[in-house]
Design a protein. Structure first.
Length: 171
């Protein structure tokens, strides 16, 4: 069975959808097209920096250091490292996925990777500052107090559930 390349397929399906909505209702189609172009341009700006970061992780960060701090011997402190790393991740959440793959190849525990991805979604510093300025510091503290333990707990449960299973992160 032939393997279908997902990215070109999704782009073609997106363009067909935009064309259909443009024929059906020009304003909706134009708005969808504009959003699609903006998203593509954001990805063009962010992904090269992400790939540079991944290359730097691959070259500069020793496997032993990752295993020591984020691997099996890291303990609970490894989750704090993952939250800190997730907090300083820039760009959209999708940029955290290649970084998490690089960390996994370097020996990070799966549960720590899940914590990193969750923290990159919830705890980014620019988002936190924006939230605190509009919704208040009290709200932000409460959200962190609820979100972070749940992220860690869920990550540990998922990591244990997948431990010993045969899974593979493909390139």
């Amino acid at each position: 069975m032939k393997k279908i390349k997902m990215v070109p397929l999704l782009i073609i399906l997106s363009l067909i959808t935009i064309a259909v909505f443009t024929i059906y209702n020009g304003e909706i189609g134009k708005s969808m097209g504009k959003t699609f172009i903006e998203y593509i341009m954001t990805m063009v700006k962010i992904l090269p920096l992400t790939f540079i970061l991944i290359a730097l992780i691959e070259v500069w960060v020793d496997r032993e250091k990752v295993e020591k701090h984020l691997g099996e011997g890291g303990g609970l402190v490894s989750y704090l490292w993952a939250i800190l790393l997730g907090g300083i991740t820039i760009g959209p959440m999708i940029a955290a996925l290649p970084v998490s793959s690089a960390l996994f190849r370097k020996g990070a525990r799966l549960s720590v990777i899940f914590t990193y991805v969750g923290a990159a979604t919830v705890c980014r510093i620019p988002m936190t500052l924006f939230e605190a300025s509009y919704l208040g510091v009290k709200f932000t503290i409460i959200r962190y107090a609820v979100s972070l333990p749940l992220i860690i707990l869920t990550s540990i449960i998922m990591g244990r559930a997948l431990k010993g299973k045969t899974y593979e992160i493909t390139e």
